[in-house]
Design a protein around this ligand. Structure first.
Ligand code: 5AD
Ligand code: FES
Length: 359
C-alpha cells in the first residue's frame, strides 16, 4: 500500500517536472508528451490547462479573436480518406458561391465586427488564380482594415505569390500529419507530405502569416506521430496552428472510425500553447461539434481564436467535411451573438480586431 503511494508520488513528481519544463522552457520530450497525453491524474491535467491559459492571457489578455469563415466552394479534386468533400463522395451536394455572394458575406461580417475573412474551399480548378486574385483584390479594396486569409490548398509558389500580391495576408494549410507513413494512410498516393511541406515553407517565405495543423485522433495517429507534428511546428514556426478532433463522415472510407476526443484535443491545445506562447490557436468548430461546451473548454485550455461561419445558410450543410457539424442552421449574426455570450460566460471577450500574431 505504502509502496504504491510512493510510486504514485514519484510519478506525479515526474509529471509536474514535465509541465514545469513546458511552461518555463517551452520544451517537451517524446516521453513527456506520452505522459501528458496518458496521465489520469486530474491535478496534473488541471495544472497543464491552468499554465496554458495563463500563458495565453499574459499575451492576449481575456481577448478572443474572431475570424469570419466563408466556405465558398465544396468542389475538390482531392480524395483524402477522411474528408466529406473528397471528389469520390457522390453524396456530397456540390456548390460554388459567386464573387457577389462572397462579397455579400464580407459585408455582413464587417457589420458584425469581423476584421478577418477566411476564404476556405476545396481545390476547385474553376477558381483559377485569376479569379482568386480578383476576389482578393476586391475584398482588399473594400476592406483595407481587414486581414484576408486564404485556405484553398496546395498551389505553386507562383500562385501563392500572386494571391499575396493581390492583398492576401494569411494562409491556412494544415499539414495533417508530419509522419510520412501516417500521411500515406490518410491520403491517396498522388498527395505527398513533401509537397505539403514545400507549400508551407513557400508560404512562410513569401511573407504570409501561415497556419499548419492536424486532426486529433485521426486514424493511425500515435504519440510518435504527434511528436513529429510538434517537431514540424517547432521547425516551421507557424503563426497559427489549427487543431480539432477527427470526426468521421459517413460517406468516406473512414466513416466508421472512432472520433478524436475532447480530452486529447484539449491537452494538445494546452501543450501547443506552452510550446509556442504567442501562436494563434483556434477553438475549432469540430471541437464545438464533439462537445456542447467544446469551444469554451478550448479557450480555457489555451486557445484564443474562434472561427464562426459567414457562409450563406443555404449552403452551410453542404460544406460537410464531417458529420453533425454545428451552426449549419444559424445566421452569421446568431453565431456572433451566441459566441459573445459563450465567451462572456467564461470571462472572455470577443474583440473587433484583425487579431494579428503577437510574436
Ligand atoms: N474531421 C475533422 N476535421 C476534418 N478535416 C477534414 N475532414 C475532417 C474530418 N472528418 C479538417 C482537415 C482540413 C480542414 C479544413 O478540415 O484537417 O485541413
Ligand atoms: Fe453558431 Fe452558437 S456559434 S449558434
Amino acid at each position: 500500500m505504502r509502496g504504491q503511494t510512493e510510486e504514485t508520488g514519484r510519478y506525479m513528481e515526474r509529471e509536474s517536472e514535465i509541465t514545469e519544463r513546458l511552461y518555463e522552457d517551452h520544451q517537451i520530450s517524446l516521453d513527456g508528451l506520452r505522459t501528458l497525453l496518458t496521465t489520469d491524474h486530474q491535478e496534473c491535467i488541471d495544472r497543464l490547462f491552468a499554465y496554458a491559459q495563463k500563458t495565453a492571457q499574459s499575451i492576449y489578455g481575456n481577448r478572443v479573436y474572431i475570424r469570419g469563415l466563408i466556405e465558398f466552394t465544396n468542389y475538390c479534386k482531392n480524395n483524402c480518406y477522411y474528408c466529406g468533400i473528397r471528389c469520390e463522395n457522390k453524396h456530397a451536394e456540390r456548390y460554388r458561391l459567386t464573387e457577389e455572394e462572397i462579397l455579400s458575406c464580407c459585408e455582413t461580417g464587417y457589420g458584425l465586427g469581423f476584421r478577418t475573412f477566411v476564404l476556405q474551399g476545396g481545390e476547385d480548378a474553376c477558381f483559377t488564380d485569376e479569379r482568386i486574385c480578383a476576389l482578393v483584390s476586391a475584398i482588399r479594396t473594400r476592406y483595407p482594415d481587414c486581414a484576408i486569409t486564404l485556405s484553398i490548398g496546395e498551389k505553386s509558389k507562383e500562385s501563392y505569390q500572386a494571391y499575396f500580391d493581390a492583398g492576401a495576408d494569411r494562409y491556412l494549410l494544415r499539414h495533417e500529419t508530419a509522419d510520412e507513413t501516417h500521411y500515406r494512410t490518410l491520403h491517396p498516393p498522388e498527395l505527398s507530405l513533401a509537397n505539403r511541406k514545400r507549400c508551407l515553407y513557400d508560404l512562410k517565405e513569401i511573407g504570409y502569416q501561415t497556419g499548419c495543423g492536424f486532426m486529433v485522433g485521426s486514424p493511425h495517429q500515435t504519440v510518435e506521430t504527434l511528436y513529429e507534428d510538434l517537431t514540424l511546428i517547432g521547425e516551421l514556426c507557424p503563426q497559427m496552428v489549427g487543431i480539432g478532433p477527427f470526426i468521421p463522415q459517413k460517406d468516406t472510407p473512414f466513416g466508421r472510425m472512432p472520433a478524436g476526443t475532447l480530452d486529447q484535443t484539449l491537452r494538445l491545445l494546452a501543450i501547443i500553447r506552452l510550446l509556442h506562447p504567442p501562436v494563434l490557436l483556434p477553438a475549432t468548430t469540430a471541437l464545438g461539434t464533439i462537445h456542447p461546451k467544446g469551444r469554451e473548454k478550448g479557450i480555457l485550455a489555451g486557445a484564443n481564436v474562434v472561427m464562426p461561419n459567414l457562409s450563406p445558410v443555404n449552403v452551410r450543410k453542404k460544406y460537410a467535411l464531417y458529420d453533425n457539424k454545428i451552426c449549419t442552421g444559424d445566421e452569421a449574426a446568431e453565431c456572433r451573438a451566441c459566441l459573445n455570450r459563450r465567451m462572456e460566460d467564461i470571462g472572455y471577450r470577443i474583440v473587433t480586431d484583425r487579431g494579428d500574431y503577437a510574436g
